[in-house]
Design a protein around this ligand. Structure first.
Ligand code: ADP
Length: 138
């Protein structure tokens, strides 16, 4: 069993698509183990997107991701990390296949509906980044 950390991004929340995104994960057999709304701070985004700090679009990501509250989820299942990424599709929504979350609901490279952990190691880090232990019911 693996866990993956998902963020339903501001574009998802603005379009009222969080339920649709959760439904797609649930229909694929992934189980919701924790959820909360939060507003991402620039400090948290600096940490979360530290691999993109040198990119010219980094300030835009911080502005976009902190523009309204997001929904953070922990999903659990067999090979959850890879399966969630497959359901999501590639970063650029315009290049994502129809049938994927980003391909069907996203609009661009930045406005791509959701974040999902890209490895089991990062998933463990990201779960701790966004959830305190007492926010994950046993
Ligand atoms: P992913 O979210 O698919 O794991 P990355 O970690 O590379 O992708 O990028 C993090 C986020 O930064 C993306 O989801 C997207 O919102 C934004 N982003 C990535 N590349 C670009 C780009 N070329 N232009 C604008 N925004 C981008």
């Amino acid at each position: 069993m693996e866990r993956s950390l998902i963020l339903c991004k501001p574009d998802c929340m603005e379009k009222n698509l969080a339920g649709e995104v959760i439904a797609r994960f649930e229909k694929a057999g992934l189980r919701l183990v924790a959820a909360k709304m939060l507003r991402l701070t620039p400090a948290l985004l600096d940490e979360h997107y530290s691999h993109l700090k040198d990119k010219p679009f980094f300030p835009e990501i911080v502005t976009f991701m902190s523009s309204r509250p997001v929904l953070a989820l922990i999903l659990e299942g067999d090979q959850a990390v890879g399966r969630v990424r497959d359901l999501l599709g590639p970063t650029d929504s315009r290049k994502a296949a129809k049938g994927t979350i980003r391909g069907d609901l996203g609009t661009s490279n930045m406005l791509n509906i959701a974040h999902a952990s890209d490895s089991v190691e990062n998933a463990a880090l990201e779960v701790r980044r966004f959830f305190r232990a007492d926010e994950i019911p046993s």
